[in-house]
Design a protein. Structure first.
Length: 214
């Protein structure tokens, strides 16, 4: 098999994988944490063994969906952080971007972050922390890089940026999870309250010389 044939086959496989993930997304939007491999295979118009051939098992499909949505969310968060606005406005925009994402697709959020009521040992939804923790850790590291690039934190700036990055992501996740379940206030009110909480030392920190301000 020549290089052109391998490239064409890889493109075809990648395209088919995207189609299957889009079918999975539709089922997750409908069924949330209860989304099953049978329902996803039916939505895609294939048999379950073919779905397993592409993803291995539900854990593999879960990981692929998690990466798909985490990539999209991180891209949106970076855009909010880099928008031409005052620092406080960008902090609020970043918080709002995260909350708007989970509000717009609550079933996807619950699929990724909460176990199904019917989950049993061995089901990816049973030990949800095994899957959700790496997503939050990745977001924390990405945010830490942005903070370290843009904010002058003085000595030990790399370590402090990582503390802040993971702390902010943890705050967004915990507050967003509570808010999505109870809706005690508007999204705008929650954004302002969380920004107020962050606005201590961050407001006083200087920008890194020669780089974009945070």
């Amino acid at each position: 098999m020549d290089t052109t044939q391998r490239t064409d086959q890889q493109r075809s496989a990648d395209r088919r994988r995207r189609e299957l993930l889009e079918a999975a997304d539709r089922v997750v939007l409908r069924d949330g944490p209860g989304a099953s491999m049978n329902a996803i295979a039916a939505e895609a118009g294939i048999t379950k063994p073919i779905l397993y051939r592409h993803f291995g098992d539900k854990g593999g499909l879960y990981a692929a969906l998690a990466k798909r949505h985490t990539d999209a969310l991180l891209e949106a968060l970076r855009a909010a952080l880099d928008a031409p606005a005052e620092r406080r406005e960008r902090v609020e925009a970043t918080l709002d971007t995260y909350l708007a994402a989970i509000e717009a697709r609550p079933q996807v959020y619950r699929f990724l972050m909460h176990p199904s009521d019917g989950a049993s040992p061995g089901d990816p939804g049973f030990d949800v922390g095994k899957h959700s923790a790496p997503l939050l850790r990745r977001m924390g590291e990405e945010l830490a890089e942005v903070i370290e690039e843009r904010v002058d934190l003085g000595p030990d700036s790399q370590q402090l940026a990582r503390v802040w990055g993971h702390g902010i992501v943890g705050m967004m996740h915990a507050a967003g999870d509570w808010w999505l379940g109870e809706r005690p206030c508007s999204r705008a009110e929650l954004v302002r309250a969380l920004a107020d909480l962050l606005w201590g030392r961050l407001a006083a920190a200087g920008d890194k010389l020669g780089g974009p301000s945070f």
